[in-house]
Design a protein around this ligand. Structure first.
Ligand code: SAM
Length: 227
């Protein structure tokens, strides 16, 4: 089996011992296979909506020792599971934040019995945090890492209520507290991009400049750079 990416290993580290897992968008079923090989999960559904990746997941699982404990299903989002599956943990990784929010929003029977959501949006993390907040979930952990020149955030949520500020929605309540080196590198890079964009906007376009200036200021504040 291929070595799992550091991104997916970090996602895997948040899966509880003995979990019954649904991995949504499980193109090669790498994550369920890795977790099963480690003895970390008891059952998994590898859900895929596209035929090619579904076939690939099926081939990987069929040729593994875990064909009985991992079911590969061709299905859209959470409709891959039913209440009878008793899924308690859902992973949705490697997709845009808007798509992740849409998949969760489409819901399905059985979501109430799920205890933990582990989400790794490739972008629009703030939209995912907003969705969680508006739908009765509280973040219990966050992680950020850099791999192959890209930054990835991982959001872990369970049922609960909280009121995140705009700053926390954008930067993450845990990540902005912790301010790890990777977090700082990510937002310094974003700030440089925004400053470059701002330098291209003529002074006459006041509104456009203001939007960028506010976003740059928010980054400076979270990085403790504002004077
Ligand atoms: N989860 C893996 C990872 O993190 O490496 C695969 C990420 S891959 C970029 C995204 C996968 O999600 C694709 O195989 C795509 O077909 C699948 N996908 C997209 N929308 C989906 C949906 N609504 N339901 C199930 N799978 C979906």
């Amino acid at each position: 089996m291929e070595e799992l990416s550091r991104r997916l290993k970090t996602v895997a580290s948040f899966v509880p011992q003995g979990a019954r897992l649904l991995d949504v968008g499980s193109d090669h079923a790498y994550l369920p296979l890795y977790l099963m090989a480690k003895g970390q999960i008891s059952f998994a559904i590898a859900g895929e909506v596209v035929a090619g990746p579904y076939q690939s997941a099926l081939a990987h699982v069929s040729s593994s020792a875990f064909a009985k404990s991992i079911e590969v299903r061709l299905a859209d989002g959470l409709s891959a599971m039913t209440p009878a599956d008793e899924i308690d943990t859902i992973v949705i990784a490697g997709m845009g934040g808007r798509l992740i929010s849409r998949i969760l929003g489409n819901g399905c029977a059985g979501l109430e019995q799920v205890q933990r959501l582990i989400l790794q949006p490739n972008n629009s993390e703030d939209e995912v945090r907003s969705w969680l907040q508006q739908n009765g979930y509280v973040l219990i952990a966050e992680a950020i890492l850099e791999e192959s020149g890209k930054f990835y955030e991982i959001l872990v949520a369970e049922a609960g209520q909280h009121g995140l500020s705009d700053k926390e929605l954008r930067f993450g309540p845990f990540l902005s507290q912790e301010k790890s080196d990777v977090f700082q590198a990510r937002w310094l890079k974003e700030k440089a991009k925004l400053e470059q964009a701002l330098s291209q906007i003529p002074d006459s376009k006041i509104k456009e400049r203001q939007v960028l200036e506010e976003r740059i200021l928010a980054i400076k504040e979270v990085l403790d750079e504002s004077e």
